[in-house]
Design a protein around this ligand. Sequence first.
Ligand SMILES: Cc1cc2nc3c(=O)[nH]c(=O)nc-3n(C[C@H](O)[C@H](O)[C@H](O)COP(=O)(O)O)c2cc1C
Length: 210
Amino acid sequence: MNFNDVLNSRRSVNFFDPDKRVSNELLKSVLDMAAKTPSSFNLQPWSVIVVDQESEKETLKKLAWNQPKVTEAPLTLIVLADRHGWKEGHPFVEKNFQEMIRAGSMQESQREWFKGAREGLYGATPERQLAFAAKNAGFFAMTLMLAAKSKGLDTHPMDGFDLEGVKKAFHIPDNYWVPLLIAVGYFKQGETLMPAKWRKTADELIVRFD
Ligand SMILES: Cc1cc2nc3c(=O)[nH]c(=O)nc-3n(C[C@H](O)[C@H](O)[C@H](O)COP(=O)(O)O)c2cc1C
């Protein structure tokens, strides 16, 4: 599938075949593709919880406005955005720093500078911390949906859910915000999608504030 076909055929699908599982191998290949997403300083402050057990799917559905796709899709991903994914001492921040040293793009002597840059950009206020987590995890989620489509899977993003309820039911630590859920599976043959939705034109996208 070329990129235009992926873009044009990705839709938020309401009809999933409940009998068609997504293999672990396929899920992992989609996640590996989504991992190519760019992020602030390459900090990658995102993760997913894979909800594919029937009882957990029922729990999640109840917390997600009873949207049937949560149980009809073979799996739903809870996307996590780490509001602390810029902090000194965070394991992936340290891994990122070490990888940059290994690649020759950073030196140990720059540790304090890098720490200060992250704190200034992302740590100054709770709003900045949330913005850092949300924008990066949003990009990740989009790549994931396009990657899934390119592999023959369909998806449905959802922010219609009880944030605090989901955090509690899935024991999600407080540093994470949950930007969205993504149902993933195979389109149920025989169903018909609504026509594709309207989009802003390029002219409508361009603004300025003189
Ligand atoms: C962050 C986000 C949250 C969404 N939440 C829901 C949701 O809870 N329930 C739902 O039915 N659709 C939800 N949608 C789907 C949108 O309605 C859909 O993407 C939009 O209408 C465009 O349709 P398309 O994805 O088929 O192109 C969500 C989409 C996004 C990106």
